[in-house]
Write a protein that binds this ligand. Structure first.
Ligand SMILES: Nc1ncnc2c1ncn2[C@@H]1O[C@H](COP(=O)(O)OP(=O)(O)OP(=O)(O)O)[C@@H](O)[C@H]1O
Ligand SMILES: [Mg+2]
Length: 258
């Protein structure tokens, strides 16, 4: 349904941020896109949503296909009209407005406003609050609800966990999964918190240095100790075995390289 074939993106006509990313985002499922800082996760989502132009970037190779049509040359409003919505990494809500007004200006009809409160009752309790003063988790919930107000078929979610405690992250991803199942949504979920993402995902891709280096079911990825340690930063057991030193050397090398 949504496929990326060998997609390459360059910023400022030169710096190549992703170099040949191929993904299959299965309909009605949650696909996780994991990887460390600077791996190219946000760039990949920005390429799909059509917002690269705002960053002085462009797709310079490969193709993005949605429902059989190429979308990598489309402006953001056309991508959005096809039913693809983005919950961006930053600036997701209008900070100076109340929760109620954020919802009202995003919803196309009053009925949708009521649906949003029915889907996320917590937002009803917060409706009079100024969005800028919400807690991190509350703000993310509002951002999620606002993206869902456009009734997308595909939801692209960038780092819901940014700056949140693990418990709050788990709760939010649980909410996302609940709505995804209820609506039959297709979700591409970018997360640095791999453990939390793999708990709700049906399939996962791991990126490193602008490339996909691994993919598999959550079970397969979680059972692969090296992937967990090298790419996802999840330590396996006690760290006494041989690979512990290798991991540290690997990280050191990355620091010099980066
Ligand atoms: N606006 C920009 N201009 C130039 N280079 C950029 C820009 N945004 C990102 N990059 C570069 O593109 C590469 C991929 O960055 P990207 O933000 O996609 O990574 P990420 O996986 O989302 O990282 P993080 O987990 O930190 O959010 C990095 O090398 C980054 O420095
Ligand atoms: Mg990012």
């Amino acid at each position: 349904m949504l496929e990326l074939h060998q997609v390459e993106v360059a910023y400022n006509k030169t710096a190549t941020a992703i170099r040949g990313v191929s993904l299959n985002v299965a309909p009605g499922k949650i696909t996780a896109l994991l990887g460390t800082n600077g791996a190219g996760k946000t760039t990949t989502l920005t390429a799909i949503s059509g917002f690269l132009g705002l960053e002085n970037a462009e797709v310079v190779g490969g193709e993005i296909i949605y429902d059989g049509k190429r979308i990598d040359r489309l402006p953001p409003h056309k991508v959005s009209r096809l039913g693809i919505a983005l919950v961006p990494e930053r600036d997701k809500v209008f900070d100076t407005l109340t929760v109620a007004d954020n919802i009202k200006i995003t919803a196309r009809t009053p009925a949708r406003v009521q649906e949003a409160y029915a889907e996320f009752p917590r937002l009803g309790e917060l409706s009079g609050r100024t969005a800028g003063y919400l807690s991190g988790g509350e703000k993310q919930l509002l951002a999620l609800a606002m993206a869902l107000l456009t009734e997308p078929d595909v939801l692209l979610v960038d780092e819901l966990s940014l700056g949140l405690a693990p418990r709050v992250t788990a709760d939010l991803l649980g909410e996302l999964q609940r709505v995804q199942r209820a609506r039959g949504l297709t979700v591409l979920l970018v997360e640095q918190n791999a453990a939390a993402a793999l708990r709700v995902a049906d399939y996962g891709y791991v990126m490193e240095d602008g490339r996909v280096v691994h993919d598999g079911t959550p079970e397969a990825l979680l059972s692969h100790g090296d992937i967990m340690e090298f790419y996802l930063g999840i330590a396996e057991g006690d760290g006494m075995h041989r690979s512990y030193r290798d991991v540290k050397q690997y990280r050191r090398k990355r620091r010099w390289a980066g």
